[in-house]
Design a protein around this ligand. Structure first.
Ligand SMILES: *Cc1c(COP(=O)(O)O)cnc(C)c1O
Length: 518
């Protein structure tokens, strides 16, 4: 049988640059193309450390230079040339998350199975918004949502949807919470907006992720709608403080949601979910749990009990591009019930007319703010099937073990100060100088020094070291998400911090002497 494209190919002047990836033999072309990229990555000069050495302006210029002038070329260099060129650029001038000294962000080195499955999904280019844009992708997403909802302990009515990241899962969770609260007050927020909703408030720990503030701004609530509840010594929201604030809100205020965090970005601290759920139930307020970071702890038998109470949430943010080793984005918003998505329902003539829907032709348009939506679930499904709970649990346990090792090592170093006990896979600490007034400057400088040398990529944050009201101080952070790293790698990372700290201290001393002499 001659396919149309074969006939077309014989037409004079016909241009067909490369086989289409989703064609029956398309993956062969994808593999061949990846082969060119592989050759180039092998030949490339990899930086010695996790980051290319040099100051940022020089690194960015060097990375962009091989692409040539920013002008669309009239004639292309072909897929092989393009892939070789870009593979080299990415390897020589990029971040290497597989390097054992890459420890800055919640950005894991992705698993090969997930990357391969993502390419497979891309080749098909299904979209999950309508049935006829990708039935298999819809089925895979439904499976992933059900698996994760069950892992979270949600009931059989649970539902969910994939989103382009934790920030957007939080936005979507708060949108559903906002519209549910509005509906209870007789306000149809989708049609009329929120002008008729008195004093909307979102309550959360003072350490909540900033995406909650942005979500409130985007949802028309304003960032001032966020009411920060103080944390305890282990940086967890205090339920009795939450209860007090809710009790005193008064009728001119509408509490839309309590956002609990299960694994905050810096400390991995997990808010006391059962107690918070008791308070929200008593006040009839939506409980959203931001488990973007912490959800992956459920894979570990050892750490899962720390997330007890997650099953009491009305909605949950999950990021498997953190503790889940997926390439971004692999985020999910889970809900306790499907009814939560009602405000997103929409009938569109060209996508989901009611008679089609009634006949079973239904996609996931009504669960998302997006229309065209990638089959991100495929890589997640491949990973869950390939490694199972036990396999993923081992990865989590390994990274947790690295973090506790780092904690011991830091606690034993007189020049270092542990800021908070390890909960998941991050460790927050400081380099201590003999002059406390200089500590912030030295910690900030030493991190930049390590980045510029390309030797190590360490995280940075700022937090209060003493109680409420004390100043925020600059801290260093290891975010340990590389299960191939060893305790010896962590020791070398600590050594690199110590060396850089001493160098910065000497440098600052010299600068101060020079200033004094001048
Ligand atoms: C990372 C993170 C987010 C944001 O997720 P993105 O995928 O980066 O948008 C939200 N909340 C917490 C607790 C996080 O750690």
């Amino acid at each position: 049988m001659i396919r149309t494209s074969d006939a077309a190919r014989r037409t004079p002047g016909y241009y067909f640059p490369t086989p289409l990836a989703g064609a029956p033999d398309g993956l062969a072309a994808v593999c061949a193309a990846l082969g060119h990229a592989l050759g180039a990555t092998r030949a490339a000069r990899r930086p010695e450390g996790p980051l290319p050495a040099g100051d940022p302006t020089a690194v960015l210029a060097a990375a962009g230079a091989p692409l040539g002038p920013a002008q669309l070329p009239t004639e292309g260099i072909g897929p092989e040339g393009a892939l070789r060129l870009l593979a080299r650029v990415l390897v020589e001038h990029g971040v290497d998350l597989t390097h054992p000294h890459a420890a800055a962000h919640l950005q894991p080195p992705p698993l090969a199975v997930a990357v391969a499955a993502d390419a497979l999904a891309d080749a098909g280019n299904a979209s999950v918004d309508t049935y006829d844009s990708g039935p298999s992708a819809i089925a895979v997403e439904r499976w992933v949502v059900d698996v994760l909802a069950r892992l979270a302990g949600l009931g059989p009515a649970a539902d969910g949807v994939l989103t382009p990241g934790g920030s957007l899962s939080n936005l979507l969770g708060l949108l559903l919470a906002r519209d549910a609260a509005a509906a209870r007050r007789g306000v149809d927020a989708r049609r009329h907006g929120i002008a008729a909703l008195p004093g909307p408030v979102v309550l959360c720990s003072e350490l909540v992720h900033f995406s909650v503030h942005r979500a409130c701004a985007a949802l028309g609530l304003g960032e001032f709608a966020v009411r920060a509840i103080p944390v305890d010594g282990r940086r967890r929201m205090r339920p009795e403080a939450l209860a007090g604030v809710l009790r005193n809100l008064g009728p001119e205020r509408t509490p839309l949601a309590v956002v609990a965090t299960a694994g905050n970005t810096d400390f991995g601290a997990i808010d006391p979910l059962p107690q918070l759920a008791e308070v929200t139930r008593e006040h009839g307020v939506w409980l959203h749990v931001d488990a973007a970071y912490g959800f992956g702890a459920l894979f570990s038998e050892h750490l899962a009990p720390r997330l007890a109470g997650l099953e009491l949430a009305d909605s949950i943010t999950v990021d498997l591009h953190k503790l889940g080793w997926q390439p971004a984005a692999a985020s999910v918003l889970l809900t306790a019930g499907a009814a939560a998505f009602a405000p997103l329902g929409r009938e569109v003539a060209y996508l989901n007319p009611a008679d089609d829907t009634d006949a079973g032709y239904e996609g996931l348009l009504g669960r998302s703010l997006q229309t065209t939506r990638r089959a991100d679930a495929v890589k997640i499904a491949a990973t869950l099937l390939a490694h199972g709970r036990r396999g993923l649990g081992r990865l989590v346990d390994t990274c947790h073990g690295l973090a506790t090792h780092a904690q011991q090592r830091i606690a034993a170093e007189p020049e270092l100060e542990l800021v908070c006990p390890v909960e998941l896979t991050t460790v927050v600490f400081r380099y201590r100088t003999p002059y406390p007034a200089m500590d912030d400057e030295v910690n900030a400088r030493l991190r930049r020094r390590l980045a510029e040398s390309g030797r190590a990529l360490v995280g940075r944050t700022a937090t209060r070291l003493a109680g409420p009201g004390s100043p925020r101080r600059v801290c260093l952070k290891f975010t340990l998400l590389n299960p191939a790293a060893t305790q010896r790698d962590v020791d070398a990372l600590v050594d690199a911090v110590l060396d850089a700290g001493r160098e910065c201290l000497t440098e600052l001393d010299r600068e101060l002497d020079e200033e004094g002499a001048a």
